[in-house]
Design a protein. Structure first.
Lengths: 498, 426
């Protein structure tokens, strides 16, 4: 029975026998890095000179992102026929891309909110990057349904604004629920991301003067000096405004912790509801392959799977380039790999049970939809999906593979590819071969489809690179808080003192 | 291992308790076996279903405990270690559960033609709710290969084989760790848990399909296995809270199981209450929304009679929504209800609704009524058979627990995370 506080407990006899075997938990920060080292390392990314690779990446991503603009302008000019939609495939790449990006956007909130509630301290090294990824992925996702409405200038009709025309959205449609779910999710994720950054932004703000002095000393030409003066002014106000007067007082920290916890509590049902509603987009339709009751948890598991895949894709190269091995340790990679393995297996379970019930249910249309997926005209897509989503993550069972960063990265790419194909398989195979064989058609995307989707990777890249350059990549205040030294009961050993 | 009787898990007089529970269990089960015999004689399936409901309740708790043990290893959860030992004792009862479940299988096969057997597909001559024999039902004919008695029995062996195997292996790892203190047992348990989670999840899914879903063999839902998992987990967490309370009040966890543990268990109960509701609602919503006859009838009979008037299941459904979800959900949002007697009260309440949920899933069924030429829905009732079987199986489970507890330490004294667990705080 829980004892009220202050009660003096009789020490149970058995406690005298307790002799735990030695199996220490793996450190979250390796090589016993000091608080100062952590601050220098993370702030150094924002304060140091812009690396050449950043400029190259930014230019390439910027060019690729321009495809989005061109593709969308063309689409608006000529209509949604510019996409490869036909009868009966009225949903093509647009919905596939939407679900793909939304899925990626799940890892950030999962890491920040759900892992926080589960008291998983390792989240601190990767949550910031994942949250940024969430927001940029949601931005990319929003483009597709927005332009899929055809006349994008009427997209505001999706909101229930009373108008003189009395145009009301169909509240019974999950597509309408998406509008609220995704926009709420985007806003709360943004708040969560920004609020979590406050202590780190304040640290960068407080370092602006020192950094400016150092950079000025290194400036050689008049132009460089003038640039540094301008840059100093920019940074002073940019971080000053963003830090919102954070002083790190007890009251600030107390309010911050409470707000962070509340936002985590709010975000958790939100993140689960978003992909549940996305799954309803399909599952409420009486279409074989779409109407299946396991869709909600299966879509959520798939979203977490794809989100963690993208976290690995992004964080592994950054870890290498910025030398963050002591902060994003092998332990973190192991944890992410294991979550990817678990969620990949859940997705595999859903594929298996869908197939089984399609047969067990004895509905010939349902049975056909699944056999057609595996052996019909889109079998190539189906088997890519199975290979990437079910088979490739099974490699993470092996420690040797988890310890090989290059291999982990390759598997993460497979996960990204596989999850795009999963949405393709669900969307296109069920539509292309519907109830009326006379209307069957093979769906092929157009160049506009391909380039617009390709462009969103550029857009995502541009946003992420800007984030890298101007905002703290790792939540260093939180990383310090989970170090042993931050514990009020911490007692340094003799080695530490030496 | 020390033979000091003060350090064993059970209370000092647990030998007597174990014997009492064993006697009660045997007596109650003998009464239930009499019920089964009468059911066979009177061709009344209610006796069969009574046994199935009670077995499923205790089995679901065992399955939830098994998953909790495996998840605690997989997550390397420190706080749960002191509670893991009671769970290890509890899952020792799986082998007896297999024996207790066996009469249903044997009677089902031996008296297939008897209406007493609620799995109607087992007899091709049985008249279905549409008035036609099972053997002429196109939906049955399609899945006859799966719903085959021999294959069904094989699957039964597989399910219990898997659960008993993993439960025993994990128990052995933990008990040996106590004696030898070698971390290799923890590593072994982790590996077992990783593989076991997948195999047990598959076994749970198909067990739910075989034992519950096939009661109405026309009906199907891909979510059903997940529902049984979520329901079992929720029930198991409730049982853990009650078990922890008893062990800390009367048993060996006095002064060890504290507020931190109850708080975290309360949080888990909140999470799984929401998860169970999410899964149940999603399944309902998608079937309601699609409104396809071969699916939606399953919910219809849980609401209305053939003539469209409300039946007793409608009230049970409302009870599950409000009593099973809403009340525990609201209560558990408060920090205060995650401690002390409050959390135990919520756990008992939720556990009762877990039982009701099993009634709701297992008992309703369409029965052909030759007199009216239509079907009637089997209504909600609590049969004496339910009570005796529930008490009988429960007493056997407690007996198995006490026998196991008598032999081992009260807590895993050599576990690497034991100190974290003893010092657990919210």
């Amino acid at each position: 029975m829980a004892q009220p506080e202050g009660t003096v407990l009789r020490d149970p006899e058995i406690l005298k026998e307790v002799r735990p075997a030695k199996m220490p938990r793996r450190p979250i920060v390796e090589n016993d890095r000091s608080f100062h080292w952590i601050t220098e390392k993370v702030c150094g990314i924002v304060e140091g000179k812009t690396p050449i690779w950043w400029w190259i990446g930014f230019c390439v991503c910027g060019m690729v992102a321009s495809f989005v603009g061109v593709g969308l302008i063309y689409l608006v000019a000529v209509g949604t026929g510019a996409w490869g939609l036909n009868s009966p495939v009225f949903w093509g790449w647009a919905i596939v891309n939407f679900v793909f990006w939304i899925g990626i956007g799940h890892a950030g909130t999962l890491i920040s909110a759900i892992l926080l509630l589960l008291k998983q301290k390792w989240r601190t090294s990767i949550n910031r990057g994942a949250e940024a990824m969430t927001i940029f992925a949601v931005s990319c996702a929003g483009i597709f349904p927005l332009f899929h409405v055809g006349r994008v200038w009427f997209a505001w009709w999706l909101f229930p604004i009373p108008t003189s025309n009395a145009v009301w959205p169909n509240f019974r449609s999950p597509l309408e629920w998406d509008v609220f779910a995704v926009s709420t999710y985007g806003i709360v994720s943004l708040l969560f991301w920004y609020m979590g950054m406050l202590p780190d932004l304040a640290t960068i703000r407080d370092r602006v003067h020192g950094v400016a002095r150092k950079r000025m000393e290194e400036a050689r030409t008049v132009f460089q000096r003038k640039f540094e003066i301008f840059y100093y002014g920019f940074r002073r106000y940019f971080y000053g405004i963003l830090a919102m007067g954070w002083r790190g007082s007890n009251r600030h920290w107390s309010n911050y912790e409470m707000a962070y916890l509340l936002l985590a509590g709010l975000s958790t049902p939100l993140v689960l509801s978003v992909h549940t509603i996305v799954s309803f987009d399909f599952a409420v339709a009486n279409l074989p392959g779409w109407h299946t009751t396991i869709f909600p948890p299966y879509f959520v598991a798939g979203a977490i799977f794809s989100g963690f895949g993208m976290v690995l894709t992004l964080m592994l190269p950054l870890r290498s380039m910025y030398g963050l091995h002591d902060l994003i340790t092998q332990y973190h990679i192991d944890c992410i790999c294991k979550i990817t393995l678990a969620t990949g297996s859940m997705v595999g379970y859903a594929y298996m049970i869908e197939f089984f019930i399609a047969w067990y249910g004895a509905n010939p249309y349902e049975g056909f939809a699944f056999v057609n997926r595996a052996f019909g005209p889109y079998a190539w897509a189906y088997w890519i999906m199975i290979t990437c989503n079910v088979i490739s993550p099974q490699l993470f069972w092996f420690k040797k593979i988890r310890r090989n960063a290059a291999l982990v990265w390759v598997v993460s790419i497979f996960v990204n590819i596989g999850m795009w194909f999963e949405r393709f398989v669900i969307t296109v195979t069920s539509l292309a071969n519907d109830f009326l064989p006379a209307s069957w058609d093979y769906y092929t995307p157009t160049v506009v489809d391909i380039f617009t989707f390709f462009g969103t990777f550029g857009l995502f890249g541009v946003l992420f690179l800007l984030f890298l350059r101007f905002l703290p990549l790792l939540a260093f205040a939180e990383i310090k808080a989970v170090k042993a030294e931050a514990d009020p009961h911490y007692q340094p050993t003799q080695e530490d003192s030496a | 291992m020390s033979a000091d009787p003060a350090n064993i898990s059970g209370p000092r007089r647990d030998r007597d308790f174990a014997l009492i529970f064993l006697i009660v269990g045997i007596v109650a089960l003998i009464a239930s076996l009499g019920g089964l015999a009468y059911g066979v004689h009177s061709e009344e399936p209610r006796y069969f279903l009574g046994w199935l409901i009670s077995t499923s309740f205790w089995l679901s708790l065992g399955l939830g405990f098994l998953f909790m043990i495996m998840l605690s290893y997989l997550f390397d959860a420190g706080w749960l270690v002191v509670l893991r030992r009671p769970l290890e004792h509890a899952v020792g009862g799986f082998k007896y559960m297999a024996l207790i479940f066996l009469p249903l299988l044997l009677l089902g096969i031996a008296f297939a033609e008897n209406d007493f057997v609620a799995w109607s597909w087992i007899d091709e001559a049985r008249i279905t709710a549409t008035g036609d024999p099972v053997g002429e039902d196109p939906l049955y004919l399609h899945k006859a290969g799966y719903l085959d008695s021999a294959f069904f029995a094989l699957r039964f062996i597989f399910y219990f084989g898997v659960w008993v195997l993993f439960a025993e292996l994990l128990r052995q790892c933990s008990f040996r760790m106590d004696r030898e203190g070698d971390p290799k047992y923890v590593h072994r348990a982790r590996k077992l848990s990783a593989g076991g989670t997948i195999v047990c999840a598959i076994a749970v899914t198909f067990a739910a399909i075989d034992w519950f879903m096939s009661l109405e063999f026309h009906w199907f839902s891909t979510m059903y296995g997940v529902w049984f998992f979520s329901s079992s987990m929720r029930g198991a967490i409730c049982a853990m809270i009650i078990l922890g309370f008893l062990a800390a009040t009367y048993g060996p966890l006095k002064g060890i199981y504290r507020g931190g543990h109850t708080y975290l268990l309360g949080c888990l109960l909140l999470a799984f209450t929401v998860f169970w509701a999410y899964i149940s609602f999603s399944q309902y919503f998608l079937i309601y929304s699609a409104n396809i006859p071969e699916e939606v009838f399953w919910y219809n009979i849980r609401e209305i009679h053939a003539d469209g008037t409300k039946n007793s299941w409608w009230w049970v459904s409302m009870g599950l929504i409000f009593g099973g979800f809403l009340i525990p959900f609201i209560l558990l949002l408060w920090n205060r209800t995650k401690f002390g007697a409050a959390v135990v009260g919520v756990a008992i309440w939720a556990l009762l609704f877990h039982l009701l949920d099993l009634y709701w899933n297992i008992l309703p069924g369409k029965v052909w009524d030759a007199a009216t030429g239509s079907y009637i829905v089997r209504q909600f009732d609590i049969h004496w058979m339910d009570v005796t079987t529930f008490v009988g199986i429960g007493a056997i489970c407690v007996w198995a627990y006490l026998v196991s507890a008598r032999r081992e330490r009260a807590i895993p004294i050599r576990d690497p995370r034991i100190v974290e667990s003893i010092n657990c705080h919210e």
